[in-house]
Design a protein around this ligand. Structure first.
Ligand code: PEP
Ligand code: MG
Length: 756
């Protein structure tokens, strides 16, 4: 008999039993008979979890008097080991296994071979199904698969008949349900508490047995086609768009998506009578078991990819395309994802999103910048996420310390709330600084501006007392739209932003799309050209060639600023002519509006971002054309070090306080002395305290930073004596040993300056 036929026979008979009106116990009694018979096994037993113990619920072949008497703790004996590890055992000689335990009341001494599979409900073992045989033999793969299929059917029966206490089941083992702490890299500081929500929710399998096998087969075929299309299109977009789905991963995805063996095994499971969903899950369970046996870290990574893909296939089959954002957050939530694109994060309801845990992620990836703008704490590069966190688990995220407590004990939750309250108090102290002007101890006024990108961000201007918006990332509007934002919509946004800013300046940066900022309506064009999008056709390069896009934005900005001052900044300028070309687009639009007798902006200030190191070499040529220059340290760092800012493997590798960056920035500052051009920094660097100190120490007097950092940086500024700091910096930069982090930290500590 083929594997499918054997399993199918069992399933057919099980279907009859399940459909009958028998009591649940009677059904279990029948189930053990059917399996024992079909697998020619002398013994078949079902253990279910009751009051934290595995209890023998039904048996064929062992003493009936042992039913509801024999009980085992999780981890005890072979059965307990299967439940604890949620894995299958297949032993020719049970007694030889170190976990073997003899239970005299069962009369099992004469049986040699043993095979058992966990009965899994909501990803946890709630019981064990096992078979035993007098002859010492290993059960065949076919038989094991039949057992696994049966276990799936049983989990459905068990859930419907309420045979297990769900609470109990969920409280299975300390490891699976007790408190756990995961650690990661701090990406956005802060505290947050909520329930775990997976960005791509897992599909719960509600129907295991198929009514129409052919129909199920067609569903799986269609789902495979669709999944392959998706993977191909992701692969053709390389890293663009989906953040973490880097090439290597995509290659693996592709390999699995086209793997004949995988689709064949799913098909065989359908042949045995399972629904498409159950077939995918059953094959996945089996693969998990095989992978665990191999125990190779490289394979574990691959398993991660296969899990992703199987989950994707399940979602396609079940018609669950949306992410958790499309279903809406119902409670305060901590979002969990392998990685996210900035636009994907923006789809979440800001009021309920209390934190993000990423398996990948890096400090200057745009999704992290967006999270910072949304004031949502984030940790990244977190290990063990999927095996530890289950949808709905309570999580306390301490992104400042870089950890998350899953399923905390009440005392821990209380202590966390106390810290939360303290941090709110600290926030209140910072808020109290909003009307205090940031003068240094020596009396120099430092411009502390904030970065923004959404209409909502503007409220932070009043709350923090920032001096204005030093970087308004206009592309955020492009990122959240399904289509290119029309002129009216752009104008409305810019006007609202200027209204909200009142007298304070707002520096609008023209669109910087490309790189890790994906827009669906341009993705195919960008993808077709770029192998390395961060260094590719993005920002000004793209805008100058899509002149329509730049023209519309120029007109929108000019109209929105009618009668007031307009600050326009161009991103990723690499050579002076690019600045000229971009400015010309504005000049033409200005001439057009003038001809139309429209009200024009009172004054227009044009500036450039210095993000590409090459520009530093020709600054003398560029400066006379500018009214201001803003250094984008996020991109600048990635280009200086040739280290992709979105690559999680490089996330911690280079330090902003390394001499190469600081000397570079100091040289730029020195070059511009006397030019009359206002110079500032608008990358994430300026929002971190030690980094801000370093920038002040090499001559920077304007920082544009994330709103949450405005309070802390103002407080810091007020404690600094610039002459003293500059002398120290110059000294350290003369012959640095490496990063200046320790030196700056000691300097700050000696002056009672908080520096995290
Ligand atoms: C930068 O590169 O430092 C910057 C401010 O721009 P963005 O992070 O949006 O690329
Ligand atoms: Mg940039």
């Amino acid at each position: 008999m083929t594997a499918a036929a054997a399993a199918r026979q069992i399933l057919l008979r099980l279907t009859e039993v399940m459909a009958s009106r028998m009591h649940a116990q009677a059904k279990l009694d029948q189930v053990v008979e059917i399996i024992g018979e079909c697998l020619s096994s002398e013994v078949c037993s079902i253990y279910l979890l009751r009051e934290g113990m595995l209890e023998l619920f039904a048996t064929r072949g062992l003493n009936q008097s042992a039913v509801h008497v024999t009980r085992m703790a999780i981890g005890e004996g072979l059965t307990g080991a299967i439940a604890q590890k949620v894995e299958t055992l297949n032993l020719a000689e049970a007694k030889a296994h170190p976990d073997f335990q003899y239970r005299p009341e069962t009369g099992e001494e004469k049986f040699h071979s043993f095979a058992g599979v966990p009965i899994v409900y909501r990803e946890r073992a709630v019981g064990v199904l096992c078979v035993q045989h007098v002859e010492p033999r290993r059960y065949e793969e076919v038989e094991i698969e039949a057992l696994q299929t049966t276990a799936m059917v049983l989990s459905e029966l068990i859930a419907n008949a309420e045979l297990i206490d769900e609470e109990q089941a969920l409280g299975l083992t300390a490891e699976q349900s007790g408190p756990q702490t995961l650690t990661g890299l701090t990406l956005v500081k802060g505290l947050g508490a909520g329930i775990a929500v997976y960005h791509q929710p897992r599909v719960e399998i509600t129907q295991v047995m198929a009514e129409d096998i052919e129909a199920e087969r067609q569903r799986v075929y269609r789902a495979f086609d669709r999944m392959r299309e998706q993977i191909d299109s992701l692969a053709s977009q390389a890293e663009f768009g989906v953040g973490g789905e880097h090439e290597e991963v995509l290659e693996t995805y592709k390999m699995f998506a086209y793997d004949e063996g995988w689709s064949r095994r799913i098909n065989e499971a359908i042949d045995s009578g399972l629904t498409a969903e159950a077939a995918i899950e059953r094959v996945q369970q089996h693969t998990r078991m095989r992978m665990r046996e191999i125990d190779d870290p490289l394979l574990a990574d691959r398993m991660h990819d296969l899990e992703d893909l199987a989950n994707r296939l399940l979602r396609i089959v079940a018609g669950r395309f949306g992410t958790a954002a499309s279903q809406g957050l119902r409670k305060d939530s901590i979002l969990i994802a392998r990685n996210l694109g900035p636009a994907e994060l923006l789809e979440y309801d800001k009021r309920r999103l209390k934190g993000v845990i990423l398996e990948e992620g890096s400090l200057t990836a745009h999704v992290v910048i967006v999270a910072r703008a949304m004031n949502v704490p984030v940790i990244g590069r977190t290990k063990g996420v999927r095996t530890t966190i289950r949808e709905g688990d309570e999580i306390l995220l301490d992104a400042t310390a870089g950890n998350a407590i899953i399923r905390p004990l009440p005392q821990v939750a209380d202590a966390f709330q106390a810290r939360f309250a303290k941090s709110r108090e600290k926030q209140a102290q910072y808020a109290a600084l909003k009307d205090v002007e940031p003068f240094t101890r020596c009396g120099t006024r430092i411009q502390v501006m904030m970065n923004a990108g959404l209409r909502d961000d503007m409220s932070a201007l009043g709350l923090t007392g920032a001096d204005g918006v030093g970087l308004f990332r206009t592309e955020f509007q492009f990122l959240v739209s399904a289509t290119l934002p029309q002129r009216e919509r752009q104008t409305r946004l810019y006007r609202d932003v200027l209204d909200a800013a009142g007298d304070k300046p707002v520096i609008f940066r023209t669109v910087d799309i490309g790189g890790d900022k994906s827009v669906p309506y341009l993705a195919s064009e960008i993808a077709a050209q770029d192998e390395n999008p961060a260094m590719g056709w993005r920002a000004l390069r793209l805008a100058l060639e899509r002149e329509g896009l730049m023209k519309i934005q120029a007109r929108s900005l000019l109209e929105a600023a009618a009668g007031r001052s307009l600050y326009v900044m161009f991103p990723m300028v690499s050579e002076p002519w690019e600045f000229d070309a971009a400015k010309q687009v504005f000049d033409e639009q200005l001439a057009f509006l003038r001809a139309q007798k429209k009200l024009l902006p009172e004054r227009i200030h044009f500036g450039a971002m210095l993000e590409v190191p090459a520009l530093a070499e020709v600054l003398d040529m560029l400066l006379p054309r500018l009214s201001f220059l803003s250094i984008g340290t996020n991109d600048l760092t990635q280009f200086l070090f040739a280290a992709d800012r979105a690559n999680p493997k490089l996330a911690e590798r280079y330090d902003w306080l390394s001499p190469s960056i600081l000397r570079f920035l100091r040289r730029v500052m020195q070059t511009s002395v006397g030019s009359g051009v206002d110079i500032g920094v608008c990358g994430e660097m300026g929002g971190r305290r030690l980094e801000a100190l370093a920038l002040l120490g090499i001559g920077y007097r304007r920082l544009s930073i994330t709103p949450a950092a405005v309070g802390p940086i103002k407080e810091l500024v007020r404690k600094v004596d610039l002459a003293e700091l500059t002398a120290a910096m110059n000294g350290w930069l003369l012959s640095p040993q490496g990063s200046l982090r320790d030196e700056l930290a000691a300097w700050a500590a000696a002056r009672d300056i908080e520096y995290d």
